[in-house]
Design a protein around this ligand. Structure first.
Ligand code: AMP
Length: 362
């Protein structure tokens, strides 16, 4: 087993040879049967005609083996988590005492761990988890945003140490956080995930932020409202990240301001949704998917964890559809990516860019 690694400064986290470590532990765990992974060979890349978003769809065997350890079932009208329920969750909580064979970093600032996903969607899929139990429905803390971003920078922006796949192409990581009962999560202990994009995969977020300068959002100024990809069928908000922070404190502050602004947008959408007569208890708790890469962050409010029997978490909104079998794959293709994402999220409106939430909002 590998020796324990402890990280106590951002400099250490930035300079660590993280990808080498992930590869080493992944290969070892796979060889010893400590994780369930089989490279999907039957994936398809499809350009959606309506939205021009690129989608990948593939069958991931591990999906049907994933345990479920949630506080409530999606669609439930009650969102009242008793202490009993929380205690119950701890009995099968895989992140409280993670398997040493899957542990990448044993301690980050004494509060977090990096562990491999036991049922990964793709090779080298890993998680940042809190050491102590915290609810998945709690907000991301500024320090967590800073850790996520530093990990992404370590993996994506390291000039001397780019991640190159077997075809000689450069590969990038993105991170995601599913939060709230309708966000599509399966575990209730706080965790943020990191996954590699498929080879040569085009993401629409890059088109959206191209040529845009960093700005702090402000509702009343049109040019300072969050960015969006207007062909998408689902409500979402994208912000460009600051790339010239003067120090760690400055970086942390700007990440926190941007994230809180996106959360405010989600709160307003749920408020409006309830005012429109959809206010059963199910929706008093906000749900959203949060995605981040080195140069942007994005939020997608969620009203439902699934459309019929098609579950979604953050991945669909990144263009990545992982399904458990051929039957579900056929169904996704028949229903269509845009329709599924629109039903799981909130439909994008024609005048979405002009919607302002300051009058009666948060
Ligand atoms: P989510 O479904 O978004 O809540 O993500 C939870 C992730 O945890 C899933 O992708 C699971 O594959 C993963 N997982 C479940 N059990 C374990 C475990 N024992 N160790 C590591 N990862 C796990």
């Amino acid at each position: 087993m590998s020796e324990k690694i402890e990280i106590n400064t951002f400099e250490e986290l930035r300079n660590l040879e993280l990808f080498e470590l992930i590869v080493k532990i992944f290969n070892e765990a796979q060889k010893n049967g400590d994780l369930t992974f089989k490279e999907a060979i039957n994936f398809e890349i499809i350009q959606d005609k309506e939205s021009e978003i690129e989608y990948e769809i593939k069958i991931v065997e591990g999906l049907s083996k994933r345990p479920n350890n949630r506080a409530s079932e999606p669609g439930s009208k009650e969102y009242n988590i008793s202490n009993e329920k929380i205690k119950d969750i701890q009995k099968n909580n895989p992140f409280l005492k993670p398997e040493p064979e899957l542990t990448i970093i044993d301690s980050i600032f004494n509060k977090y761990r990096l562990i491999l996903n036991k049922f990964p969607n793709t090779k080298y899929h890993f998680l940042l988890v809190t050491k102590e139990f915290e609810k998945q429905d709690s907000l991301l803390k500024p320090i967590e945003l800073q850790i996520i971003h530093t990990i992404l920078e370590n993996l994506n922006n390291n000039k001397n140490n780019k991640i190159i796949n077997n075809n000689g192409e450069e590969v990038k990581y993105f991170s995601f956080f599913n939060s709230g009962p309708e966000s599509g999560y399966s575990q209730f202990h706080k965790h943020i995930q990191f996954m590699m994009l498929p080879n040569n995969f085009h993401i629409y977020q890059e088109d959206v932020i191209r040529g845009v300068k960093y700005f702090i959002p402000k509702e009343i100024i049109q040019e300072r409202r969050p960015l969006l990809y207007s062909n998408a069928s689902f409500k979402h908000f994208i912000l460009k990240l600051k790339n010239d922070s003067i120090d760690e404190e400055d970086k942390k502050d700007s990440l926190a301001i941007l994230y809180m602004y996106l959360i405010k947008r989600v709160l307003n959408i749920f408020k409006e949704y309830q005012e429109d007569g959809n206010g059963d208890n199910k929706n008093t708790q906000i749900s959203y998917n949060f995605l981040m890469m080195s140069d942007w962050m994005m939020i997608i409010p969620r009203r439902s964890a699934k459309f019929e029997n098609i579950w979604q978490n953050s991945l669909g909104f990144m263009g990545l559809f992982c399904v458990k079998d051929e039957e579900l794959k056929d169904k996704v293709l028949k229903v269509g990516f845009s329709k599924i994402l629109q039903e799981c999220g909130f439909p994008m409106e024609k005048d979405e860019k002009d919607i302002v939430y300051n009058e009666y909002g948060y």
